[in-house]
Design a protein. Structure first.
Length: 76
């Protein structure tokens, strides 16, 4: 798989997780998509670029509804 193909696959997995969450699918499924994106990024040597994106999404998922992000968190 070329670097462009890997990047496209990672992006698709991130968006799939986001969409699952927005559509009310079990949050576990969204998390699985994000973790797959991170695993693929690790294999391709792109972990440093993808890990912060996945960490923010998972942190948002684990925060109780209505709770604000901690100060200094990146907005998305």
């Amino acid at each position: 798989m070329s670097q462009d193909d890997v990047r496209a696959r990672i992006q698709k997995l991130l968006v799939t997780g986001d969409n699952r969450l927005k559509q009310g699918v079990d949050p576990v499924k969204a998390r699985e998509s994000w973790e797959q994106a991170l695993a693929l990024a690790r294999e391709a040597g792109l972990e440093e670029a993808v890990q912060p994106l996945v960490e923010v999404r998972i942190a948002d998922l684990e925060r109780p509804a209505g709770e604000s992000p901690p100060p200094g968190s990146p907005a998305h």
